[in-house]
Design a protein around this ligand. Structure first.
Ligand SMILES: Cc1ncc(COP(=O)(O)O)c(C=O)c1O
Length: 382
């Protein structure tokens, strides 16, 4: 099956019991046993749930993986993945990444003896330089959140495999429609399904997809023990979202192209970061490892004082945290998504008070640009 068909039918096209063409929401915490020692395969929804099972199979197929586990959020998935490692282990992590992942690693797992090296992974020499014998994994976002830096998945995979470690790729921004990191040697793919996969700003979900089935029992045990498994209704919303992922991603990307060029021409904007620009430093690499640029754009305004004005005046584009949905959102990373990152580290990564991040949705592009245009207008510098 090709990718668009997998997103619709992968795992199960219909419910085998009733023939329902929409996977039923199995809203049951527990399942009756026919007799002692007998099970339908489902015992308790923290461990397995039939709605979740269809979603897990579908995403495993879409990401070309051996299996997938669905969690209650992206953070639940990332937290479970860390359980594969031991206190004392080190992870090299993209310095420019979602602030919640930074907070989870530095404020929580560091307390339990894990160490993290924050590195610009788009610069491969930095990866090599920061490797130590304690390094057991590379954790990368490509493109990164929010600076849109592109990291070479194949090169990172070859390097860390040579040292006996694992490559983990957070594929939230490009999704399996545009990028399949496992095809380039990654061992694990992470998703915040809250974003493009569910796609409508109405559900939380998170995923781990693994290239083989080697770690499945340990990860399922971590999920069962910790309890961050995906609930049936949010699972169903994510399944429904996957059906239109390809259409939404292509439309968001087409809209992002219009918005990115509009921003680039605007006199109040200093610099625009979008991996679809042919002069983006990661463009050639993106062309090799991805099939589309996606709908995420970051940009520096010339004057930080302009930002409160814009955030107050946007109307169609909503000032809100999150990304990847049907509706366009604008985010101020320095106080929202990346507020948990210490100032010096944030600034070194480029996340300053002049940076805005735009998640372009699927509205009409003329309306989007008109809204940005009116929001940018009327600012009087002090
Ligand atoms: C790239 C990335 N990874 C992971 C997460 C965490 O996902 P969730 O909010 O579903 O827990 C986010 C959230 O914004 C994200 O942007």
């Amino acid at each position: 099956m090709k990718q668009e068909t997998i997103l619709l039918h992968g795992g199960a096209s219909f419910d085998p019991i009733t023939g329902a063409v929409s996977t039923p929401i199995y809203q049951s915490a527990t399942f009756r046993h026919p007799a002692l020692g007998e099970s339908t395969g489902y015992d308790y929804s923290r461990a397995l749930n039939p709605t979740r099972s269809v979603l897990e199979k579908r995403l495993a197929l879409a990401e070309h993986g051996g299996y997938c586990l669905a969690f209650s959020s992206g953070m639940g998935a990332i937290s479970a993945l860390v359980k594969l490692f031991q206190p004392g282990d080190n992870m090299i992590v993209s310095a420019d990444l979602y602030g919640g992942t930074y907070r989870l690693f530095s404020a929580y797992y560091a307390k339990y003896g894990f160490s993290f090296s924050w590195v610009d992974t788009s610069d491969f020499e930095q990866v090599e330089k920061n490797y130590s014998p304690r390094t057991k994994a590379l954790f990368i976002e490509t493109p990164s959140n929010p600076m849109m830096k592109v990291t070479d998945i194949r090169r990172c995979a070859d390097f860390i495999h040579g040292k006996g470690g694992y490559l983990i790729v957070d594929n939230t921004f490009l999704t399996p429609w545009y990028q399949n990191p496992l095809d380039f040697g990654a061992d694990f793919v992470i998703h915040s399904g809250t974003k493009y996969l569910a796609g409508h700003h109405d559900a939380l979900s998170g995923f781990i997809v693994h290239s083989s089935d080697e770690a499945e029992p340990r990860l399922r045990d971590a999920q069962m023990s910790e309890g961050a498994a995906l609930a049936p209704f949010d699972g169903w919303l994510t399944l429904r979202g996957l059906k239109t992922l390809a259409l939404r991603m292509d439309k968001a990307t087409a809209n992002a192209e219009v918005a990115a060029f509009w921003l680039r021409r605007h006199p109040a904007v200093e610099k625009v970061f979008w991996i679809g620009f042919a002069d983006h430093p990661g463009y050639a690499l993106s062309q090799r490892q991805s099939r589309g640029a996606g709908g995420m754009i970051s940009f520096y305004m010339k004057d930080a004082a302009h930002i409160p004005h814009i955030l107050k005046k946007v109307s169609l584009v909503m000032f809100a945290e999150s990304l990847g949905g049907t509706d366009s959102l604008i985010t101020y990373p320095v106080v929202q998504t990346h507020g948990a990152i210490p100032e010096a580290m944030r600034l070194a990564a480029g996340v300053n008070d002049r940076l805005l991040r735009l998640s372009v949705g699927i509205e009409d592009p003329d309306d989007l640009v008109a809204d940005l245009d009116q929001a940018f207008a009327g600012f009087r510098p002090a």
